[in-house]
Design a protein around this ligand. Structure first.
Ligand SMILES: C[S@@+](CC[C@H](N)C(=O)[O-])C[C@H]1O[C@@H](n2cnc3c(N)ncnc32)[C@H](O)[C@@H]1O
Length: 342
């Protein structure tokens, strides 16, 4: 047997850190299935290495498998246990296209925790069965863009929909500045989408960029598109069956950020909003694509979300390691995660 120790990322905020130590075991199991290796045992690491997780495998892990572990939201450093008390540091191959700071720089009220966002993206990837060469990620309620930055940093094409136009503009300003300051080749343009009768459906922007300037010259670029639109009308914004994974942190029914006119259009019940949005998201998702949503259990229950997903022809994966993610965020938010496929 081969024993490995994963040291937990101390970047987690304190409350989420305790949760992360629990839920990341399941995330690692999901990642390992997709990366084609079996974790025989998983649990707490050794006393001498606080906040570590031990995994046991029959085969020695190869570079691709180590790279997959490196993407896990808990990963900070890794060691192979040669014998009791002797640890060999292992460097997991880098998976970033753009620097991690892309997702870390912005701090704002209502931001979804970065590591938690990574966990959701990993769950979505682990069950996504599309055969796309490059993943296209959609966050259909993207706020100020945490999921989009996580996806873009990992080399995906990303699509965002957000009802608050001010936030769409802030995303554009931030991404453009980030790429400019990092001297990455990019091109951004405004893009408006009109409905069949000529009525404006959404305004937004399209940005193309590449981490390597030769790739940019060759047209080998990543594509970042965000639209200001009600997500219940998002089906005609993007091509049908154009995205591989949908990842979103749904409105919690609590106030995030400023109150403005757009907020008044928001549905009172997040479950009702979900019921109306899912057919649109279903149109956009490729066959065998996946959807991972987080939501506040104080405003909607896992079983109700599961029922609505099933009603709209998604297949809910209500078994380990894809369920059991309920955790406390604060007094008004008990967050849970649901994973489903098309
Ligand atoms: C929990 S926040 C997402 C936060 C985001 N992950 C981030 O880190 O910035 C949910 C978002 O859904 C947006 N929203 C609510 N109703 C919407 C609708 N009908 N269509 C599109 N977006 C909506 C809200 O404006 C809010 O930004």
């Amino acid at each position: 047997m081969n024993k490995y120790l994963i040291l937990a990322n101390p970047g987690h905020n304190r409350i989420y850190f305790d949760t992360a130590m629990r839920v990341s075991n399941m995330e690692l199991l999901a990642i390992s299935e997709k990366a084609g290796f079996k974790i025989e045992e998983i649990g707490e690491g050794i006393e001498e290495l606080p906040h570590s997780i031990m995994i046991t495998t029959k085969e020695k892990l190869n570079n691709d498998q180590l790279k997959a572990i490196g993407t896990s939201s808990i990963y900070y450093a890794m060691f192979e246990m040669l014998e009791e008390g002797i640890l060999r540091p292992i460097k997991c191959p880098d998976f970033h296209y753009f620097p991690e700071s892309m997702v870390q720089i912005l701090k704002y009220n209502g931001k979804t925790n970065e590591q938690f966002t990574r966990l959701m993206v990993n769950l979505a990837l682990s069950v996504c069965g599309t055969s796309s060469k490059k993943i296209t990620l959609l966050d259909p309620m993207c706020g100020k863009g945490t999921t989009l930055y996580e996806g873009f940093m990992r080399g995906f094409d990303v699509r965002g929909v957000e009802i608050n136009n001010k936030w769409v503009q802030e995303i554009q300003t931030y991404v453009t500045r980030f790429l400019k300051e990092g001297k990455y080749k990019h091109k951004a343009q405004k893009s408006n989408i009109t409905a069949p009768k000529g009525k404006k459906l959404a305004s937004g922007f399209t940005l193309t960029a590449a981490a390597d300037k030769n790739d940019f010259k060759k047209g080998d670029v990543q594509d970042f598109r965000v639209y200001s639109c009600d997500t219940t009308q998002s089906g005609s914004l993007l091509g049908k069956k154009s995205v591989d994974i949908i990842v979103s942190d749904l409105p919690y029914g609590v106030q995030h950020g400023s109150k403005n006119k757009e907020d008044e259009n928001m549905d009172r019940s997040p479950l009702d909003l979900l019921r109306r949005a899912l057919p649109e998201w279903h149109l956009l998702l490729k066959t065998k694509g996946s959807i991972v949503l987080s939501f506040n259990e104080f405003t909607m229950k896992y079983d109700d979300v599961a029922a609505v997903l099933e009603e709209k022809e998604f297949k809910v994966l209500d078994y380990e390691p894809f369920n059991g993610y309920l955790h406390r965020v604060d007094q008004s938010i008990n967050r849970n995660v649901i994973v489903a496929t098309k």
